[in-house]
Design a protein. Structure first.
Length: 350
């Protein structure tokens, strides 16, 4: 079993961010109280293979607050426990104390090493802060360190993005996540769109450059030592989701919590939505989630699990996109070119 815990607090919203986060740290204490109530109500004591603190900015929690949350779960040294970190929120002592809690993986929000672009997108850290954060993590004992980057940022070029990635490789991190910039309703850039944001073609060029530079491309957006927590999603396994706006998946039921902070605090034991997936929906999710992995889907496993003949059922899609699929030992995977139009391909299975 696996668990995601949402920490919805930030010092301020970044200009591109439409995620559920609030610059309302004064509500942190009552939020954590509600979060603990939810965990105690729903968590059944299973051994957890992974725990992931996402946000927001989870590193705004004190180490004692993180330790208190972890004490409610059953895990051991073999569990993968990840905390997302904004570089400017931590120092060496914080990282040392964090490591002692059992957290053994950190995901650092870098986005870019270009200080001018960082200011433009509303980030509060500098490139040097990222370098220091990686150094603190290593000195504290962390062996599993990930960096997040965004491509398609204002004023970003293929060359500057390549420079970012090559610099990241010199820092000795073992995982990199890449996210193409999307301007969604609810973020500052939605109503104040910079003129220099990359179009789809330029984003595609950046992505292809990353594929050439980075090692062990194991999932559309991820490179390096695979995150067991991420793979749990793509393998369509069960997981708890705790906290404001968190989503979970248990016994074929997908659920989500209130995204409104006050509603969640007042109703931590009530899910806003619960949807029991039909057999057809389970099959569709198995396929489109699995095809995000670079090793693709296991057709024999799918046929056995759902009682179908995959190649017969989806012959038209396979033929339509035959130049974007590759046959693997166990089934099918997307080619790099297929990844570039993956939204179109994956939607065909729904």
């Amino acid at each position: 079993m696996n668990t995601y815990i949402h920490i919805p607090f930030c010092k301020q919203k970044c200009n591109y961010c439409s995620f559920v986060s609030y610059p309302l740290l004064e509500k942190k204490t009552e939020y954590l109280c509600a979060l603990k109530k939810e965990i105690e109500h729903y968590y059944k004591g299973e051994y957890l293979e992974t725990i992931y603190f996402g946000g927001g900015t989870p590193s705004l929690l004190t180490v004692d607050e993180i330790k208190s949350l972890l004490s409610r779960f059953n895990f051991d040294k073999n569990s993968e426990i990840t905390l997302e970190i904004n570089p400017e929120t931590v120092d060496l002592e914080y990282m040392k104390s964090l490591y002692k809690t059992g957290v053994n993986r950190v995901s650092i929000g870098c986005q870019t090493f270009d200080d001018d672009i960082l200011k433009l997108i509303g980030r509060k850290h500098s490139a040097k802060d990222v370098e220091n954060c990686v150094d603190y993590a290593k000195k504290a004992g962390f062996k599993n360190i990930s960096l997040d980057f965004i491509y398609g940022l204002p004023n970003q070029t293929v060359e500057s993005f390549e420079k970012d990635l090559r610099h990241a490789k010199t820092l000795g991190v073992n995982h990199i996540s890449l996210y193409g910039l999307k301007i969604d309703k609810g973020c500052y850039f939605y109503d104040n769109r910079p003129k220099t944001i990359a179009d789809e073609d330029l984003q595609a060029d950046m992505y292809l450059k990353a594929v050439k530079i980075l090692d062990n491309h194991y999932e559309i957006s991820n490179f390096g030592t695979p995150s067991r927590h991420n793979l749990n999603y793509w393998n369509n396994k069960n997981y708890y989701g705790f906290g404001c706006a968190a989503h979970g998946y248990l016994k074929n039921v997908r659920y989500s919590n209130f995204a409104d902070l006050d509603k969640y605090i007042n109703n931590p034991l009530r899910h806003e939505n619960e949807i029991e997936l039909t057999q057809k929906e389970q099959l569709e999710e198995e396929i489109f989630l699995g095809l995000r992995k670079l090793d693709g889907i296991d057709v024999l496993q799918i046929n056995k699990k759902f009682g179908i003949d995959f190649e017969k059922k989806y012959v038209q899609i396979l033929k339509k996109y035959e130049n974007y699929f590759k046959k693997t030992k166990n089934g099918y995977a997307l080619t790099v070119e297929g990844i570039l139009i993956s939204n179109n391909i994956l939607s065909e299975f729904i």
